[in-house]
Design a protein around this ligand. Structure first.
Ligand code: DGT
Ligand code: CA
Ligand code: CA
Ligand code: ZN
Length: 578
């Protein structure tokens, strides 16, 4: 069984559990495992052969239960648990769960009362007006369903960045190993580290472009070749995404890389700037005069040359979205962007006290191995059908385990925190007394996503007014490509967070990447401080790459980020109440 098949199996388990009203945290564990496996750059089978079940278990989001299931799939080629779940459910029903706003209860109702077993069935029913006649289905909810179907189709057209990145890495490696290419670079939205990817763009140089095209079109994941020319090819991959390869001459590599990195809007703005300065910017280089005149070549070898030719310093790819980066470059005010190496702590990790897969001690050791100086345990304090977790009557046990982890991993600064649900009315799940015993409270929305923006704003503001709250967890509660963000007045909420010195989280999990680039910049302008947290549920989750990307796309420097500060500074921040 290969990685893609295994990931799909876990995804299906998650969906089937949803139809049985399983608790959401258990479902998320399967989803997380699926994405981890999809994003692996190595075959699971290799890892298993080399390191055994321990190696599997050390991976992000994979604990004892899931690693056993992986072992089962690798050794038997199937998963008994999945087969058991599949017995009673038609395949089309699973797809219905992907529609925003259609929970398992509604799907079950639709199946039993209307015989709906696929998206096509549902669409017919909604459009014919029959759905609106059902009990509990008004005009508005029918409209929502149709909008949900449209949104789902739109979501399907893009892919999570980690998965696209891993596939692109494999393509690059295949081209490298062919020995046919000189330079090979990932371009497009992936190079700009956009949170979701429409298609993969790869740029290369080669003395034998036709052969390089053959290698690209013969890449193991290619399902069909969409177009193939002398220097350009497009393929559709079995993962459901397209990839483009362009071969260019080494002399124009910089200009081509700039052009194919985009964004289109950035390119257009740069071309306009060129025109104003009497030159032409294109994928072949920067030339004096108009496109027709094609005067002297000013730049084409490197991107730096291209920018210099239009009087600018280099602009990092993450900023190339035409959001003022050209003006800032001109003024010399581009930020010095934060880097992965700047992360020294993590202000949101879980242990198996709630839904994490390992003990606090194991997690703290992993953080130490990762080179972190401090971590904040934020196990769930949630009303959402969680058996485990922090409650007013389990806080003693929780704090005792924190103490134990501190003794066992003395080099690591371990902070006792909690991720406390913001309830529907903006109050918090734990009592004030319990929260006062913690050094850190992350407040997060985990349920009741649909309310008017006014009500949602009031709810969030009320939570942020609580004196125990130090951090706003995954602020918009979205799940990338799956659940849209909650709606609230971001100006009001960020202003409150800034005033209360409440850290705004950039959740680095590829499921969330929340808040996004645009909101990061807005919060920065409001004076907020940030944290780039893994929200890790297992050792392998301690990965900040895509959170860093998002922060860079939001123009952040290390000064803007709390967990880019050393442990002493963090401890001072802990002590200083607003
Ligand atoms: P995606 O694939 O939707 O995630 O986003 P991109 O940015 O990768 O877009 P894509 O793949 O259509 O094109 C790759 C780059 O090629 C894009 O970022 C800029 C450049 N490009 C494509 N079409 C145009 C165009 O019509 N004008 C200009 N100036 N640049 C373009
Ligand atoms: Ca692209
Ligand atoms: Ca493309
Ligand atoms: Zn959370």
């Amino acid at each position: 069984m290969n990685n893609a098949q295994m990931a799909r199996a876990f995804q299906t388990v998650a969906a089937l559990l949803m139809l049985q009203d399983e608790n959401p945290f258990r479902i998320r564990a399967y989803e997380r495992a699926a994405q981890t496996i999809e994003g692996l750059s190595e075959d699971m089978e290799m890892i298993y052969t080399r390191q055994g079940i321990e190696g599997v278990r050390a991976m992000p989001g994979i604990g004892a239960d899931l690693s056993a299931k992986i072992e089962e799939m690798l050794t038997t080629g199937s998963m008994a648990f999945l087969k058991e779940l599949q017995k009673n459910v038609p395949a089309g029903l699973l797809e219905l769960l992907e529609i925003e706003g259609l929970g398992p209860k509604k799907v079950k109702f639709l199946r039993q009362k209307c015989g709906v077993e696929s998206i096509a069935d549902l669409e017919r029913l909604a459009q014919s007006g029959e759905l609106g006649k059902q009990k509990g289905w008004g005009e508005k909810s029918v409209r929502n369903v149709l909008a949900g179907i449209a949104a789902m189709r739109a979501h399907r057209e893009r892919m999570a960045i980690n998965v696209a990145h891993s596939i692109a890495g494999d393509i690059v490696q295949t081209l490298e190993e062919s020995g046919l290419c000189g330079r090979i670079e990932i371009a497009g939205s992936l190079r700009r580290r956009k949170e979701t990817i429409g298609d993969i763009d790869i740029l290369a140089t080669s003395d034998e472009p036709a052969k390089a095209m053959d290698v690209f079109c013969g890449f193991s994941l290619v399902e069909r070749v969409l177009a193939k020319g002398g220097t350009k090819a497009s393929v559709h991959l079995s993962a459901g995404i397209d990839a483009d390869l362009r071969i260019v001459r080494a002399e124009v590599f910089g200009a081509a890389l700039h052009y194919f990195t985009g964004s289109k809007e950035h390119n257009i703005a740069l071309r306009k700037r060129g025109i104003a300065r009497g030159c032409t910017v294109s994928e072949y280089g920067v030339y004096e005069g108009t496109a027709e005149q094609k005067g002297r070549l000013l730049a084409s070898k490197t991107e730096e040359d291209v920018y210099r030719a239009v009087g600018l310093p280099f602009i990092p790819p993450e900023l190339r979205e035409h959001r003022g980066e050209i003006e800032a470059a001109e003024a010399g005010t581009l930020p010095i962007l934060i880097e992965e190496a700047d992360v020294h702590g993590d202000l949101h990790v879980h242990s198996n006290f709630s839904d994490g897969s390992v003990t606090m001690t194991r997690m703290a050791e992993a953080a130490q191995e990762r080179g972190l100086q401090y971590i904040v345990f934020c196990d769930h304090a949630s009303s959402m059908g969680m058996v485990r977790g922090i409650k007013d009557d389990t806080i003693d046990a929780y704090l005792a385990l924190i103490e134990e982890a501190r003794r066992t991993v003395p080099g690591m600064t371990i902070v006792a925190g909690a991720e406390v649900d913001i309830l529907e009315d903006g109050s918090l799940y734990l009592s004030d007394e319990t929260m006062s015993r913690l050094d850190w409270v992350t407040a997060s929305v985990h349920a009741h996503f649909k309310m008017s923006p006014q009500e949602m704003t009031e709810r969030m503001l009320r939570a942020l007014d609580h004196p125990s709250v130090r951090q706003l967890g995954h602020p918009t509660a979205r799940l990338l490509l799956r659940r849209d963000p909650i709606e609230f007045d971001t100006d009001a909420v960020f202003a409150k967070a800034a005033a209360q010195k409440i850290v705004v989280e950039i959740n680095a999990s590829v499921f969330r990447l929340d808040v996004n680039d645009v909101l990061i910049r807005k919060a920065k302008d409001a004076g907020c401080l940030f944290a780039i947290n893994s929200d890790g549920h297992s050792p392998g989750d301690l990965d900040y790459r895509y959170g860093i990307s998002q922060a860079r796309r939001g123009w952040l420097s290390k000064e803007d980020v709390m967990n880019a500060k050393g442990v002493r500074e963090f401890e001072m921040f802990l002590d200083r109440r607003p």
